[in-house]
Design a protein around this ligand. Structure first.
Ligand code: AMP
Length: 485
């Protein structure tokens, strides 16, 4: 990203000492086992300590929470004041709020401050009581915070530092008006920190409206997913997705898989089906009680649940260390969500794999994602699963075969797939364009009459034989339609 005034990544200072944090904070950091600051921490901590506004381009998983929590705790400790809400941290979801709150308490365990958490879906009264006792740091979701403000159970007139965490998600979730209402309740003189994984024009407009000469800190280029994440896609129609997912989990011996579904209902159904397949699974989404969500997350983190099926909103901000597998069971309609989703894996230096199951009607969505990332996602065939069964396409003309037009996977050839399509172990890739196919994508003739190719006893799924093994799957899926919801 080329923001003016961007702060270059430091390469000389690679320790927490010397960043300006007091011994109590350094001790807490050491107790967490952190030996070196992450790049976002190296960049953000000094400028926050200078009192500057910050525009942070960082995904979850980069260590950004410590990047803002540590200097905030330092600033509070440097300037003791009567107990009042001096720091307000706004997050889009309850899970992220809980996570940020917990992290802040961890980093601040040796300094004197009070904090509390305010979010919807649970009773107001315990929050009212905690606020009445007095807090220095308040972590909140916007809606519930405004409820408290209306009931005059929170006083935001002493806020010195505002943090908007995952601001892009807040806008996606329609919180812009709530954010503006909250901003109106704060003192004009304050320090503002805005973090976002992606930078749409709306985010820039929001940032421009209240950040004053912000220092820009960043760890990833604009809209790029974590580079450590290997990305792969499998063509799979809706009817085959569940069997394919169960197959991948079992044969790959995947032990911790976060699966994204479009709808709450779909997430529930998939979790139940996976359970019937003998895979420990649970769903997490907005209709579940906070207790059920917390329990599912705890079990997942503890390794008792192999698969956690989530909607985008519920999964937002989940901090699960070194999550090895993320599956896009449904592709997101907003391409930026893909970036958020795969940011769940490959965190803090660990490599991960993001797998997308792509039905024919989702191909335009994949194309939009690829355009956003400026890279292709490799399509890979899965042995034993034949995407052809439900792919509609024209019949090849047997009389005058034209190799340029013939649908590649109808070719009955024993030749191995070209190297870029051959199944291989995922590995980090910095220049994925190098893996793009050399030839143009092969598409069906749009004028031809669609035909269902192979009737299946189990719709959409049948084992491959040597004769039916797809020779290759076009990597470029075509279609430029970009749907918004
Ligand atoms: P975050 O991006 O704040 O959600 O942090 C992602 C993960 O990185 C969390 O599990 C943190 O505990 C971890 N983390 C944060 N800072 C460091 C660090 N300096 N070294 C190692 N791990 C870290």
């Amino acid at each position: 990203m080329s923001f003016p005034g961007r702060i270059q990544e430091r390469t000389i200072n690679t320790s927490f000492e010397g960043l300006g944090l007091r011994a109590e904070l350094l001790r807490a950091v050491a107790e967490q086992g952190y030996t070196q600051p992450t790049p976002i921490q190296l960049q953000a901590i000094p400028v926050i300590l200078q009192g500057r506004d910050v525009l942070g381009a960082a995904q979850t998983g980069t260590g950004k929470t410590a990047g803002f929590a540590l200097p905030i705790l330092e600033l509070l400790a440097r300037k003791p004041a009567p107990r009042a809400v001096r720091v307000l941290i706004l997050t889009p979801t309850r899970e992220l709020a809980a996570q940020v709150h917990e992290d802040t308490r961890t980093y601040g365990r040796h300094v004197n401050f009070r904090s509390t958490l305010v979010y919807g879906g649970v009773g107001m009264q315990p929050q009212v009581d905690a606020l009445r006792r007095g807090v220095d740091i308040l972590v909140a979701t916007p809606g519930r915070l405004l409820d408290h403000s209306r009931q005059k159970t929170v006083d935001l007139s002493h806020v010195e530092i505002l943090v908007l965490d995952e601001a892009d998600r807040m806008l996606d979730m329609g919180f812009i008006h709530d954010i503006r209402r909250v901003l109106a309740l704060l003192p004009r003189e304050r320090q503002n920190l805005l973090f976002s994984a992606t930078f749409s024009d709306e985010i820039r407009a929001l940032a421009g409206s209240f950040l004053r000469h912000p220092a820009t800190v960043e760890v990833a280029r604009r809209n790029t997913p974590a580079e450590l994440v290997a990305q792969v896609a499998h063509a799979a129609e809706r009817e085959v997705k569940r069997a394919l997912l169960a197959h991948l989990v079992k044969t790959g011996d995947w032990q911790q898989v976060l699966v994204f579904c479009k709808t709450k209902h779909g997430a529930n159904r998939l979790a139940a089906q996976l359970l019937r397949d003998g895979i420990e699974a649970d769903a997490i989404h907005g209709n579940k009680s906070q207790n059920a969500r917390t329990r599912a997350l705890k079990n997942f983190k503890a390794g008792e649940l192999r698969v956690l099926v989530a909607t985008d909103i519920a999964a937002r901000g989940l901090d699960i260390e070194e999550l090895p597998h993320v599956v896009n069971y449904d592709l997101p309609h907003v391409p930026e969500d893909y970036v958020h989703r795969i940011g769940r894996t490959g965190r803090a230096g660990a490599s991960g794999e993001a797998v997308s199951l792509v039905a024919a009607e989702e191909r335009p969505l994949l194309a939009a994602i690829e355009r956003l990332m400026g890279r292709k996602v490799e399509m890979r065939a899965v042995e034993g699963f034949d995407a052809r069964a439900v792919v509609r396409e024209p019949q090849p003309r047997p009389a005058q075969p034209n190799p340029q037009q013939r649908a590649p996977h109808r070719t009955q050839s024993h030749k191995p797939a070209p190297p870029h399509h051959r199944p291989q172990h995922p590995k980090p890739r910095t220049h994925p364009q190098a893996h793009a196919p050399k030839q143009p994508p092969q598409r069906s003739n749009p004028d031809a009459q669609p035909q269902l190719q192979v009737p299946e006893p189990v719709p959409g799924y049948r084992p491959l034989t040597a004769h039916s093994m797809p020779q290759k799957v076009p990597a470029l899926l075509g279609g430029n339609r970009q749907r918004k919801h």
